[in-house]
Design a protein around this ligand. Sequence first.
Ligand code: ZN
Length: 426
Amino acid sequence: MTDPIEATARSIAERTDELVALTVDLVRFPTINPPGEAYAPCAEYIGRRMQASGFEVSYMRGHDTPGDTDAYPRTNVIARLEGKRLGPTVHFNSHIDVVEVGHDWSVDPFEATVRDGKVFGRGTCDMKGGLAASIVAVESYIRANPDFPGAIEVSGTVDEESGGIGGVAYLASKGLFSKPRVDHVIIPEPLNKDRVCLGHRGVWWAEIETRGEIAHGSMPFAGDCAVRHMGAVIEAFERDLFPALAAKRTKMPVVPDGAKQSTMNINSIHGGMSDDYTGLPSANVPDSCKLVIDRRFLIEEQLEEVKAEVIDILEGLKAGRPKFDYSITDVLEVLPLMTDKDGPVAQAVSDGIRHVFGREPDYVISPGTYDQKHIARIGHLHDCVAYGPGILDLAHRPDEFVGIDDMVESATVMAHAMHHLLTGRS
Ligand SMILES: [Zn+2]
């Protein structure tokens, strides 16, 4: 009898051209988020593909979630195939949205150029290459092992890049990421083909506003400049906050190395007249200045402490700086997450990596969050990891690409993990 894993691996390797063609097709849907372009046709393309392999396909629109309109529907696709006898369900979840293109591309970002063993284009790495690899892994596996037990699911979900509310969070709220329907989830995000990603750091986004008093710009002394107040905030951050954050180190295996500490990005600053006005500005003392901060925190930190560090600085300024006043509004909160590295899915993927690459996997933590958070917090399903092809550092960059060999190898790891989870055999 042929070994089911070897038969699947052979089938994946033989279908390399098909894997590339699938990736190209997926990249050609310009699923830019925001606003959520081409979601429905991309989801329907995946649905037709899975239907052809015998999967039962359903579409679920994240009605009334952020950005959902008839022009930009939040269309998710879920495909499920029951095995020949009872057993666990393995689910592959990929987001279909991509971020804006940005500048400095040397190729058309939605042409999906194939060159030098790579596919170039927006979303190749993050994460249509991973989605294509999981689909080919599943198709090859069920062809080679038609009598598999349990069930296999593949989903293509929206809005991961903007928080996943209309995507995985919505589906999780409908019970699609909970037991007994699903037992194990693999998210083929680009964390590199020989690494198992167990979770991510926490996030706190907030908007700080300083206020002043409007007056004629020729007589600034008659008003109170909100931008100068914000300057004092940034100065205090530089002096007191950034060094303190850099000093906090984590035991989480975060990659890359620079993210093994607490970090904060100043996401935007705006004060005074709107910059989309092209005429000469009017002479005003600005009475409002807004700053958005993006604070990433560690499993060793509590969210309340993270907030208090910033609020203490603002309160200090309020006590010491004449006329200083501020408000602060939470924009997004995500707690850090780290699944058990000895859990079934992490071990099944690790086993696949050992089998395909002949070496021990690295266990890592992502610097930024991804949809695992909704599966854990809303679905209460904790047996979930991210594993997929693509080099993390290329995500969101110009000339993003995914390696063809990397897709083939990681599809083989996925098939191995799937077999291990479904049958309990390695
Ligand atoms: Zn992604």
